[in-house]
Design a protein around this ligand. Structure first.
Ligand code: ADP
Ligand code: MG
Length: 227
C-alpha cells in the first residue's frame, strides 16, 4: 500500500446543501501496479485524484502516501510531500510553449536543487524511456498530441515519484495513440515501481490494468469490470 485511501468522504457546497462527491471510498494501490478507476462523467474520479494528490482535503478519512499520513499536514508540509513523492498527469499536458521537450523536464528538477548535469542526464534518460530521445529539442507546437502527452508523463516522473496519478490521459488522442500511451504507462509503472492510479471513462483501456475499480455516484465498487 504505497497509496492508501481510507474511508474518504468529500462533499462540495451545493445550493443549500452539500453534494457528496466521494462516499466512504477505500482504495489500496500497491507499488509497481496500475490501478484503473473507471466510471461515468461526474461520478467523482477527478475528485478522488485531487484528494489522493493532497490538493483537496476530504471531510473525513485518511490519505497515506508512502507511509506518511497526508491528511492533516500543514499546507507547506503537504506541498513538500507532493514534490517528493507524487507525479501528477492531468488531462491537458500544459507544457510551456517556449521550452523544448528537454527543458520541460529539466525545469521540474531545477526547482529541487539538483546538479544541472544530473538533471539533464535524468531528463534525457526519461525522454528515451518514453520514445522521444530524438525530439529533445522540439517545442510543443512541433510535436503531435501523443508526443506531448508522453512528455507530460516523462515530466511527472522527473522526481522519481512513488505514486503516479493520471487523469484521462488519452481524452485528446485517437484510439491507436491512446492505446500506445496506456501501454507506456503500464510499462513505466512496472519498471519504476510506481503505485499508479489511472482514471478513465473508457472501458477499452482496462487491458493494461492490474486492478480495476468502478466509481458510481461517488462510491467505489470492486472489480466490476475485469481487466
Ligand atoms: P469525474 O471526474 O468522474 O467526471 P468529478 O470528480 O469531476 O467527476 O465530479 C464529481 C461531482 O462533484 C460532480 O457532480 C461535479 O459536478 C462535482 N464537483 C466537482 N468539483 C466540484 C467543485 N469544485 N465544486 C462543486 N462541485 C464539484
Ligand atoms: Mg474528471
Amino acid at each position: 500500500m504505497t497509496l492508501l485511501l481510507d474511508d474518504i468522504t468529500l462533499t462540495y457546497p451545493d445550493g443549500d446543501g452539500r453534494l457528496t462527491a466521494l462516499d466512504r471510498v477505500d482504495l489500496d494501490v500497491p507499488a509497481g501496479g496500475l490501478t484503473a478507476v473507471v466510471g461515468p462523467s461526474g461520478s467523482g474520479k477527478s475528485s478522488l485524484l485531487a484528494v489522493a494528490a493532497t490538493l483537496v482535503t476530504p471531510d473525513s478519512g485518511r490519505v497515506v502516501i508512502d507511509g506518511t499520513e497526508a491528511t492533516g499536514l500543514r499546507r507547506a508540509d503537504a506541498a513538500e510531500l507532493r514534490r517528493r513523492t507524487l507525479g501528477i498527469v492531468f488531462q491537458q499536458p500544459n507544457l510551456l510553449p517556449s521550452l523544448t521537450a528537454l527543458e520541460q523536464l529539466q525545469l521540474m528538477a531545477h526547482l529541487d536543487g539538483r546538479r544541472p548535469r544530473d538533471v539533464r542526464d535524468a531528463a534525457r534518460e526519461l525522454l528515451s524511456a518514453v520514445g522521444l530521445a530524438d525530439q529533445a529539442h522540439r517545442r510543443p507546437h512541433q510535436l503531435s498530441g501523443g508526443q506531448r502527452q508522453r512528455i507530460n508523463i516523462a515530466r511527472a516522473l522527473m522526481n522519481a515519484p512513488r505514486v503516479l496519478l493520471v487523469d484521462e490521459p488519452t481524452s485528446a488522442l485517437d484510439h491507436e495513440r491512446g492505446a500506445a500511451v496506456l501501454e507506456l504507462l503500464a510499462r513505466l509503472t512496472r519498471e519504476r515501481g510506481t503505485a499508479t492510479v489511472l482514471v478513465t471513462h473508457d472501458p477499452g483501456h482496462l487491458g493494461v490494468a492490474d486492478q480495476v475499480v468502478e466509481m458510481v455516484d461517488g462510491r467505489l465498487t470492486g472489480a466490476a469490470v475485469s481487466p
